[in-house]
Design a protein around this ligand. Structure first.
Ligand code: F0G
Length: 459
Protein backbone atom coordinates (compact mmCIF):
# COMPACT_ATOMS: atom_id res chain seq x y z
CA UNK A 1 0.00 0.00 0.00
CA UNK A 2 1.18 3.55 -0.73
CA UNK A 3 0.29 5.77 2.27
CA UNK A 4 -1.65 8.87 1.29
CA UNK A 5 -0.55 11.00 4.25
CA UNK A 6 2.39 13.16 3.30
CA UNK A 7 4.50 13.66 6.39
CA UNK A 8 7.20 16.16 7.32
CA UNK A 9 10.29 14.37 5.98
CA UNK A 10 12.37 15.12 9.08
CA UNK A 11 12.42 14.65 12.84
CA UNK A 12 12.90 17.61 15.12
CA UNK A 13 16.26 17.76 16.90
CA UNK A 14 16.21 21.27 18.24
CA UNK A 15 13.18 23.40 19.09
CA UNK A 16 12.52 27.10 19.48
CA UNK A 17 9.61 27.91 21.83
CA UNK A 18 6.99 30.35 20.55
CA UNK A 19 5.34 32.81 22.91
CA UNK A 20 1.60 32.87 23.55
CA UNK A 21 -0.12 36.18 24.24
CA UNK A 22 -3.72 37.09 25.09
CA UNK A 23 -5.96 39.07 22.77
CA UNK A 24 -5.82 41.93 25.27
CA UNK A 25 -2.02 41.94 25.14
CA UNK A 26 -2.08 41.82 21.36
CA UNK A 27 -4.44 44.80 21.20
CA UNK A 28 -1.90 46.88 23.10
CA UNK A 29 1.07 45.51 21.11
CA UNK A 30 -0.63 46.27 17.79
CA UNK A 31 -1.72 49.75 18.78
CA UNK A 32 1.80 50.53 20.09
CA UNK A 33 3.12 49.32 16.72
CA UNK A 34 0.90 51.82 14.89
CA UNK A 35 -1.15 48.91 13.50
CA UNK A 36 1.85 47.94 11.37
CA UNK A 37 3.00 44.35 11.96
CA UNK A 38 6.48 45.21 10.63
CA UNK A 39 6.86 47.21 13.87
CA UNK A 40 5.92 44.32 16.19
CA UNK A 41 8.69 42.49 18.04
CA UNK A 42 8.99 38.98 16.58
CA UNK A 43 8.79 37.62 20.12
CA UNK A 44 5.20 38.87 20.32
CA UNK A 45 4.24 36.81 17.24
CA UNK A 46 3.01 33.23 17.52
CA UNK A 47 3.09 32.16 13.86
CA UNK A 48 5.30 34.39 11.73
CA UNK A 49 4.42 34.39 8.03
CA UNK A 50 6.00 37.71 7.14
CA UNK A 51 8.42 36.03 4.77
CA UNK A 52 9.92 32.72 3.64
CA UNK A 53 13.26 34.50 3.21
CA UNK A 54 16.05 33.67 5.62
CA UNK A 55 13.57 31.94 7.92
CA UNK A 56 14.29 28.31 7.01
CA UNK A 57 15.21 25.74 9.63
CA UNK A 58 18.65 24.37 8.83
CA UNK A 59 19.41 20.65 8.94
CA UNK A 60 21.86 18.91 11.25
CA UNK A 61 24.22 18.61 8.27
CA UNK A 62 23.99 22.34 7.60
CA UNK A 63 24.80 23.07 11.26
CA UNK A 64 27.69 20.63 11.02
CA UNK A 65 28.82 22.56 7.93
CA UNK A 66 28.78 25.73 10.04
CA UNK A 67 31.46 24.15 12.26
CA UNK A 68 33.40 23.01 9.21
CA UNK A 69 33.44 26.49 7.67
CA UNK A 70 36.87 27.55 6.51
CA UNK A 71 37.31 31.23 7.28
CA UNK A 72 40.36 31.82 5.08
CA UNK A 73 40.11 35.27 3.48
CA UNK A 74 41.10 33.94 0.06
CA UNK A 75 40.63 30.53 -1.49
CA UNK A 76 38.58 29.10 1.39
CA UNK A 77 37.78 25.40 1.13
CA UNK A 78 34.16 26.30 1.83
CA UNK A 79 34.07 28.51 -1.25
CA UNK A 80 35.04 25.60 -3.50
CA UNK A 81 32.36 23.41 -1.95
CA UNK A 82 29.85 26.22 -2.53
CA UNK A 83 31.05 26.75 -6.09
CA UNK A 84 30.69 23.02 -6.85
CA UNK A 85 27.17 22.93 -5.41
CA UNK A 86 26.00 25.95 -7.41
CA UNK A 87 27.71 24.69 -10.55
CA UNK A 88 26.13 21.25 -10.24
CA UNK A 89 22.69 22.85 -10.58
CA UNK A 90 23.39 25.79 -12.90
CA UNK A 91 26.34 24.49 -14.96
CA UNK A 92 27.47 28.13 -15.11
CA UNK A 93 31.13 28.99 -15.50
CA UNK A 94 31.52 31.86 -13.05
CA UNK A 95 30.02 31.64 -9.57
CA UNK A 96 30.16 34.79 -7.45
CA UNK A 97 28.93 34.71 -3.83
CA UNK A 98 27.04 37.69 -2.40
CA UNK A 99 25.53 38.31 1.01
CA UNK A 100 21.97 38.10 -0.34
CA UNK A 101 19.95 38.32 -3.54
CA UNK A 102 19.72 42.08 -3.82
CA UNK A 103 23.51 42.37 -3.54
CA UNK A 104 23.81 40.19 -6.66
CA UNK A 105 21.20 42.41 -8.36
CA UNK A 106 23.00 45.59 -7.30
CA UNK A 107 26.27 44.40 -8.81
CA UNK A 108 24.72 43.10 -12.02
CA UNK A 109 22.57 46.15 -12.75
CA UNK A 110 25.28 48.65 -11.75
CA UNK A 111 27.25 47.18 -14.66
CA UNK A 112 24.58 46.52 -17.30
CA UNK A 113 22.01 49.19 -16.30
CA UNK A 114 21.92 52.95 -16.73
CA UNK A 115 19.68 55.61 -18.31
CA UNK A 116 18.05 54.54 -21.56
CA UNK A 117 18.24 50.82 -20.72
CA UNK A 118 15.23 48.51 -20.36
CA UNK A 119 14.86 45.20 -18.53
CA UNK A 120 11.89 42.91 -19.19
CA UNK A 121 10.82 40.23 -16.67
CA UNK A 122 7.65 38.21 -16.01
CA UNK A 123 7.35 40.28 -12.81
CA UNK A 124 10.29 42.04 -11.22
CA UNK A 125 10.58 41.52 -7.50
CA UNK A 126 10.69 44.88 -5.64
CA UNK A 127 14.45 44.79 -5.02
CA UNK A 128 15.17 43.89 -8.63
CA UNK A 129 13.02 46.76 -9.86
CA UNK A 130 14.61 49.11 -7.31
CA UNK A 131 18.14 48.12 -8.34
CA UNK A 132 17.29 48.66 -12.01
CA UNK A 133 15.56 52.00 -11.43
CA UNK A 134 18.38 53.16 -9.16
CA UNK A 135 20.69 53.11 -12.21
CA UNK A 136 18.22 55.21 -14.22
CA UNK A 137 17.07 52.21 -16.29
CA UNK A 138 13.48 51.00 -16.61
CA UNK A 139 12.00 47.70 -15.40
CA UNK A 140 9.10 46.24 -17.40
CA UNK A 141 6.72 43.47 -16.26
CA UNK A 142 5.44 41.26 -19.10
CA UNK A 143 3.34 38.73 -17.21
CA UNK A 144 0.92 36.57 -19.18
CA UNK A 145 -2.70 37.78 -18.95
CA UNK A 146 -3.89 34.80 -16.88
CA UNK A 147 -1.35 35.61 -14.17
CA UNK A 148 -3.21 38.84 -13.49
CA UNK A 149 -6.48 37.14 -12.52
CA UNK A 150 -6.38 35.81 -8.93
CA UNK A 151 -9.59 33.81 -9.29
CA UNK A 152 -8.60 31.92 -12.46
CA UNK A 153 -6.75 28.62 -12.18
CA UNK A 154 -3.93 27.65 -14.52
CA UNK A 155 -0.84 25.51 -14.16
CA UNK A 156 1.75 28.14 -14.99
CA UNK A 157 0.49 31.56 -14.03
CA UNK A 158 4.05 32.87 -13.75
CA UNK A 159 4.69 32.65 -17.50
CA UNK A 160 5.92 35.59 -19.50
CA UNK A 161 3.89 36.89 -22.44
CA UNK A 162 6.24 35.98 -25.29
CA UNK A 163 4.46 38.11 -27.89
CA UNK A 164 4.65 41.13 -25.64
CA UNK A 165 8.35 40.44 -25.13
CA UNK A 166 8.99 40.49 -28.86
CA UNK A 167 6.96 43.68 -29.31
CA UNK A 168 8.82 45.24 -26.38
CA UNK A 169 12.21 44.43 -27.93
CA UNK A 170 11.12 45.95 -31.27
CA UNK A 171 9.77 49.06 -29.56
CA UNK A 172 12.75 49.77 -27.29
CA UNK A 173 15.51 48.49 -29.57
CA UNK A 174 17.76 45.48 -29.00
CA UNK A 175 20.71 47.73 -28.23
CA UNK A 176 18.84 49.14 -25.21
CA UNK A 177 18.01 45.77 -23.64
CA UNK A 178 21.15 44.39 -21.96
CA UNK A 179 19.33 41.31 -20.67
CA UNK A 180 15.93 39.73 -20.11
CA UNK A 181 15.00 38.21 -16.74
CA UNK A 182 12.58 35.53 -15.62
CA UNK A 183 11.65 35.16 -11.97
CA UNK A 184 11.08 31.55 -10.92
CA UNK A 185 8.73 31.16 -9.23
CA UNK A 186 7.04 34.51 -9.78
CA UNK A 187 6.98 35.86 -6.22
CA UNK A 188 5.07 39.11 -6.80
CA UNK A 189 2.46 37.28 -8.87
CA UNK A 190 1.61 34.83 -6.09
CA UNK A 191 4.55 32.39 -6.14
CA UNK A 192 3.25 30.98 -9.41
CA UNK A 193 5.53 28.75 -11.50
CA UNK A 194 6.93 29.27 -14.99
CA UNK A 195 6.78 26.33 -17.42
CA UNK A 196 9.80 24.87 -19.17
CA UNK A 197 8.06 25.57 -22.47
CA UNK A 198 7.78 29.25 -21.57
CA UNK A 199 11.46 29.43 -20.58
CA UNK A 200 12.29 27.79 -23.91
CA UNK A 201 10.05 30.19 -25.85
CA UNK A 202 11.48 33.24 -24.11
CA UNK A 203 14.98 31.92 -24.77
CA UNK A 204 14.18 31.51 -28.47
CA UNK A 205 13.12 35.16 -28.73
CA UNK A 206 16.16 36.31 -26.72
CA UNK A 207 18.45 34.26 -28.93
CA UNK A 208 16.96 35.64 -32.11
CA UNK A 209 17.77 39.17 -30.93
CA UNK A 210 21.04 38.30 -29.19
CA UNK A 211 19.77 39.23 -25.72
CA UNK A 212 21.09 37.21 -22.75
CA UNK A 213 18.48 35.50 -20.56
CA UNK A 214 18.89 35.60 -16.77
CA UNK A 215 16.94 33.70 -14.14
CA UNK A 216 16.03 35.23 -10.80
CA UNK A 217 16.38 31.79 -9.29
CA UNK A 218 15.39 32.29 -5.61
CA UNK A 219 12.78 29.52 -5.75
CA UNK A 220 14.15 27.40 -8.61
CA UNK A 221 13.54 24.06 -6.85
CA UNK A 222 9.89 24.83 -6.12
CA UNK A 223 9.51 25.85 -9.77
CA UNK A 224 11.20 22.64 -10.96
CA UNK A 225 8.88 20.56 -8.77
CA UNK A 226 5.80 22.22 -10.31
CA UNK A 227 7.18 21.42 -13.76
CA UNK A 228 7.62 17.79 -12.75
CA UNK A 229 4.04 17.62 -11.48
CA UNK A 230 2.27 19.68 -14.13
CA UNK A 231 4.18 19.75 -17.41
CA UNK A 232 4.00 16.99 -19.96
CA UNK A 233 7.19 15.00 -20.37
CA UNK A 234 8.72 15.77 -16.99
CA UNK A 235 7.10 13.35 -14.55
CA UNK A 236 9.94 10.84 -14.84
CA UNK A 237 12.75 13.37 -14.63
CA UNK A 238 14.37 14.22 -11.32
CA UNK A 239 13.96 17.72 -9.91
CA UNK A 240 17.71 18.18 -10.24
CA UNK A 241 17.56 17.31 -13.95
CA UNK A 242 14.64 19.67 -14.44
CA UNK A 243 16.48 22.47 -12.63
CA UNK A 244 19.55 21.81 -14.76
CA UNK A 245 17.43 22.09 -17.89
CA UNK A 246 15.91 25.37 -16.67
CA UNK A 247 19.40 26.83 -16.16
CA UNK A 248 20.62 25.43 -19.48
CA UNK A 249 18.52 28.05 -21.28
CA UNK A 250 19.97 30.87 -19.17
CA UNK A 251 23.12 32.88 -19.65
CA UNK A 252 23.21 33.95 -16.04
CA UNK A 253 21.29 33.95 -12.77
CA UNK A 254 20.89 35.86 -9.54
CA UNK A 255 19.80 34.01 -6.45
CA UNK A 256 18.82 34.82 -2.92
CA UNK A 257 19.99 31.69 -1.10
CA UNK A 258 17.67 32.74 1.75
CA UNK A 259 14.87 30.93 -0.07
CA UNK A 260 15.63 27.66 -1.86
CA UNK A 261 19.14 27.19 -0.45
CA UNK A 262 17.52 26.76 2.99
CA UNK A 263 19.81 29.20 4.78
CA UNK A 264 19.42 32.33 6.86
CA UNK A 265 21.76 34.48 4.77
CA UNK A 266 23.49 34.26 1.38
CA UNK A 267 23.14 34.64 -2.34
CA UNK A 268 25.04 34.47 -5.60
CA UNK A 269 25.49 35.60 -9.14
CA UNK A 270 26.16 32.88 -11.74
CA UNK A 271 27.42 33.84 -15.19
CA UNK A 272 28.77 32.40 -18.41
CA UNK A 273 30.21 35.59 -19.87
CA UNK A 274 33.84 35.98 -18.84
CA UNK A 275 34.09 39.72 -19.35
CA UNK A 276 30.89 40.40 -17.41
CA UNK A 277 32.08 38.07 -14.63
CA UNK A 278 35.35 40.00 -14.38
CA UNK A 279 33.50 43.31 -14.08
CA UNK A 280 31.16 41.85 -11.47
CA UNK A 281 34.05 40.49 -9.42
CA UNK A 282 35.81 43.85 -9.52
CA UNK A 283 32.72 45.58 -8.19
CA UNK A 284 32.18 42.76 -5.68
CA UNK A 285 35.60 43.47 -4.18
CA UNK A 286 34.59 47.10 -3.59
CA UNK A 287 31.14 46.42 -2.19
CA UNK A 288 30.92 42.87 -0.79
CA UNK A 289 34.34 41.31 -0.38
CA UNK A 290 36.94 39.10 -2.01
CA UNK A 291 35.46 36.84 -4.75
CA UNK A 292 35.82 33.68 -2.67
CA UNK A 293 33.57 34.94 0.13
CA UNK A 294 31.57 37.88 -1.25
CA UNK A 295 30.26 39.27 2.03
CA UNK A 296 29.64 35.87 3.63
CA UNK A 297 31.54 33.89 6.22
CA UNK A 298 33.07 30.58 5.13
CA UNK A 299 30.51 28.81 7.34
CA UNK A 300 27.64 30.49 5.45
CA UNK A 301 29.02 29.13 2.18
CA UNK A 302 29.05 25.62 3.68
CA UNK A 303 25.42 25.96 4.74
CA UNK A 304 24.39 27.13 1.25
CA UNK A 305 26.25 24.24 -0.41
CA UNK A 306 24.52 21.70 1.84
CA UNK A 307 21.12 23.43 1.49
CA UNK A 308 21.31 23.27 -2.31
CA UNK A 309 21.71 19.50 -2.07
CA UNK A 310 18.79 19.13 0.33
CA UNK A 311 16.34 21.36 -1.51
CA UNK A 312 16.14 19.16 -4.61
CA UNK A 313 15.16 16.17 -2.46
CA UNK A 314 11.73 15.17 -3.72
CA UNK A 315 10.34 14.10 -0.34
CA UNK A 316 11.18 17.56 0.92
CA UNK A 317 9.54 19.26 -2.09
CA UNK A 318 6.47 17.04 -1.92
CA UNK A 319 5.97 18.03 1.73
CA UNK A 320 6.77 21.67 1.00
CA UNK A 321 4.39 22.15 -1.92
CA UNK A 322 1.70 19.97 -0.34
CA UNK A 323 1.66 21.90 2.93
CA UNK A 324 1.07 25.17 1.10
CA UNK A 325 -1.53 23.51 -1.12
CA UNK A 326 -3.28 21.99 1.94
CA UNK A 327 -3.65 25.42 3.50
CA UNK A 328 -4.99 26.76 0.20
CA UNK A 329 -7.47 23.90 -0.25
CA UNK A 330 -8.96 24.35 3.19
CA UNK A 331 -9.41 28.08 2.63
CA UNK A 332 -10.99 27.60 -0.79
CA UNK A 333 -13.36 24.97 0.66
CA UNK A 334 -14.57 27.62 3.12
CA UNK A 335 -14.91 30.19 0.29
CA UNK A 336 -12.06 32.37 1.49
CA UNK A 337 -10.87 34.18 -1.66
CA UNK A 338 -7.21 33.47 -2.44
CA UNK A 339 -5.00 33.51 -5.52
CA UNK A 340 -5.64 30.17 -7.16
CA UNK A 341 -4.08 27.72 -7.45
CA UNK A 342 -1.80 28.07 -4.38
CA UNK A 343 1.78 29.02 -5.28
CA UNK A 344 4.98 27.45 -4.01
CA UNK A 345 5.92 29.49 -0.98
CA UNK A 346 2.84 31.40 0.09
CA UNK A 347 -0.90 31.78 0.13
CA UNK A 348 -2.20 35.14 -1.00
CA UNK A 349 -5.61 36.25 0.29
CA UNK A 350 -7.48 38.42 -2.20
CA UNK A 351 -8.48 41.27 0.11
CA UNK A 352 -10.72 42.94 -2.50
CA UNK A 353 -13.04 39.95 -2.52
CA UNK A 354 -12.57 39.24 1.21
CA UNK A 355 -13.65 42.78 2.18
CA UNK A 356 -15.63 44.10 -0.80
CA UNK A 357 -17.10 46.90 1.31
CA UNK A 358 -13.75 48.56 1.91
CA UNK A 359 -12.31 50.77 -0.82
CA UNK A 360 -8.56 50.68 -1.59
CA UNK A 361 -8.01 53.90 0.37
CA UNK A 362 -9.37 52.13 3.44
CA UNK A 363 -6.61 49.53 2.97
CA UNK A 364 -8.54 46.23 3.14
CA UNK A 365 -5.32 44.17 3.14
CA UNK A 366 -4.02 46.03 6.18
CA UNK A 367 -7.32 45.43 7.92
CA UNK A 368 -7.02 41.64 7.41
CA UNK A 369 -3.37 41.65 8.48
CA UNK A 370 -4.25 43.44 11.72
CA UNK A 371 -7.17 41.13 12.45
CA UNK A 372 -5.07 37.98 11.88
CA UNK A 373 -2.67 39.26 14.49
CA UNK A 374 -5.40 40.21 16.96
CA UNK A 375 -7.28 36.95 16.51
CA UNK A 376 -4.37 34.52 16.68
CA UNK A 377 -0.96 36.17 16.92
CA UNK A 378 -0.39 35.45 13.21
CA UNK A 379 1.82 37.86 11.28
CA UNK A 380 1.17 38.26 7.54
CA UNK A 381 1.96 41.14 5.20
CA UNK A 382 -0.14 43.47 3.08
CA UNK A 383 0.81 43.50 -0.60
CA UNK A 384 -1.56 46.05 -2.01
CA UNK A 385 -2.11 49.77 -1.83
CA UNK A 386 -0.10 50.20 1.38
CA UNK A 387 2.93 48.67 -0.32
CA UNK A 388 2.48 49.89 -3.89
CA UNK A 389 -0.02 52.76 -3.68
CA UNK A 390 1.04 56.12 -5.06
CA UNK A 391 -0.57 59.59 -4.97
CA UNK A 392 -1.68 61.75 -7.87
CA UNK A 393 -1.04 65.52 -8.07
CA UNK A 394 -3.99 66.23 -5.80
CA UNK A 395 -2.87 63.77 -3.15
CA UNK A 396 -5.50 61.20 -4.12
CA UNK A 397 -4.45 57.55 -3.76
CA UNK A 398 -3.65 55.69 -6.98
CA UNK A 399 -4.35 52.14 -5.79
CA UNK A 400 -2.22 49.08 -6.50
CA UNK A 401 -3.42 46.62 -9.16
CA UNK A 402 -4.35 44.03 -6.51
CA UNK A 403 -5.10 44.13 -2.79
CA UNK A 404 -3.42 41.03 -1.35
CA UNK A 405 -2.35 39.63 1.98
CA UNK A 406 0.65 37.32 1.77
CA UNK A 407 1.17 34.50 4.19
CA UNK A 408 4.63 33.17 3.31
CA UNK A 409 5.50 29.80 4.76
CA UNK A 410 9.02 29.43 6.19
CA UNK A 411 10.73 26.21 5.07
CA UNK A 412 10.79 23.23 7.47
CA UNK A 413 9.66 25.45 10.38
CA UNK A 414 5.98 24.78 11.01
CA UNK A 415 4.17 21.44 11.26
CA UNK A 416 0.69 20.49 10.11
CA UNK A 417 -0.84 21.43 13.47
CA UNK A 418 0.55 24.94 13.10
CA UNK A 419 -1.14 25.06 9.70
CA UNK A 420 -4.40 23.71 11.15
CA UNK A 421 -4.30 26.41 13.83
CA UNK A 422 -3.66 29.01 11.11
CA UNK A 423 -6.67 27.78 9.14
CA UNK A 424 -8.88 28.14 12.24
CA UNK A 425 -7.71 31.70 12.77
CA UNK A 426 -8.25 32.72 9.13
CA UNK A 427 -11.73 31.17 9.07
CA UNK A 428 -12.65 33.02 12.25
CA UNK A 429 -11.50 36.33 10.76
CA UNK A 430 -13.43 35.52 7.59
CA UNK A 431 -16.59 34.74 9.57
CA UNK A 432 -16.39 38.15 11.26
CA UNK A 433 -15.38 40.04 8.11
CA UNK A 434 -18.41 42.33 8.22
CA UNK A 435 -17.13 43.77 11.51
CA UNK A 436 -13.68 44.67 10.16
CA UNK A 437 -12.71 48.36 10.00
CA UNK A 438 -10.72 50.13 7.36
CA UNK A 439 -7.51 51.94 8.26
CA UNK A 440 -6.01 55.33 7.52
CA UNK A 441 -2.33 56.17 7.34
CA UNK A 442 -1.23 58.73 9.94
CA UNK A 443 2.51 58.63 9.19
CA UNK A 444 4.41 57.53 6.10
CA UNK A 445 7.99 57.75 4.82
CA UNK A 446 8.54 59.11 1.29
CA UNK A 447 9.79 55.72 -0.01
CA UNK A 448 8.96 52.10 0.88
CA UNK A 449 6.34 53.40 3.26
CA UNK A 450 4.92 50.01 4.21
CA UNK A 451 7.87 49.21 6.47
CA UNK A 452 7.41 52.13 8.85
CA UNK A 453 3.94 53.56 8.21
CA UNK A 454 1.62 54.10 11.17
CA UNK A 455 -2.12 53.56 10.91
CA UNK A 456 -5.32 54.24 12.78
CA UNK A 457 -8.50 52.17 12.55
CA UNK A 458 -11.43 54.03 10.95
CA UNK A 459 -14.45 54.02 13.17
N1 F0G B 1 14.12 38.10 -6.01
C1 F0G B 1 13.00 37.54 -5.51
C2 F0G B 1 12.05 36.83 -6.43
C3 F0G B 1 12.72 37.62 -4.14
O1 F0G B 1 11.61 37.05 -3.65
C4 F0G B 1 13.65 38.29 -3.30
C5 F0G B 1 13.39 38.42 -1.86
C6 F0G B 1 14.81 38.83 -3.86
C7 F0G B 1 15.01 38.72 -5.23
C8 F0G B 1 15.83 39.57 -3.03
O2 F0G B 1 16.57 38.70 -2.24
O3 F0G B 1 16.05 39.41 0.11
O4 F0G B 1 18.04 38.00 -0.43
O5 F0G B 1 18.00 40.38 -1.07
N2 F0G B 1 12.24 38.22 -1.35
C9 F0G B 1 11.91 38.29 0.07
C10 F0G B 1 10.42 38.08 0.25
C11 F0G B 1 12.44 39.47 0.80
O6 F0G B 1 9.95 38.24 1.39
O7 F0G B 1 9.74 37.73 -0.73
P1 F0G B 1 17.18 39.15 -0.83
Amino acid sequence: MKPITIIEPFKIKSVEPIRFTTREEREKILSDAGYNPFMIHADDVLIDLLTDSGTSAMSAKQWAGIMEGDEAYAGSKSFYRFEDAVRKITHMKYIIPTHQGRAAEKILFSIVGGPGKYFPNNTHFDTTRANIEFTGAEAEDLLNEIGKHPEQRADFKGNMDVEKLEAFIKEKGVENIPLCMMTVTNNSGGGQPVSMQNIRDVKAVCKEYGIPLFLDACRFAENAYFIKKREKGYSNKSVLEIAQEMFSYADGATMSAKKDALVNIGGFLALNDEELAMKCRNLLIVTEGFPTYGGLAGRDLEAVAQGLEEVVDEHYLEYRIRSVEYLGERLVAANVPIIEPPGGHAIYIDAKRFLPNLSPDQYPGQSIVCELYLEGGVRAVEIGSVMFGKYDKNGKLIPAMMELVRMAIPRRVYTQSHVDYLIEIILEVFKNRNKLNGYKIVYEAPMLRHFTARFQPLK
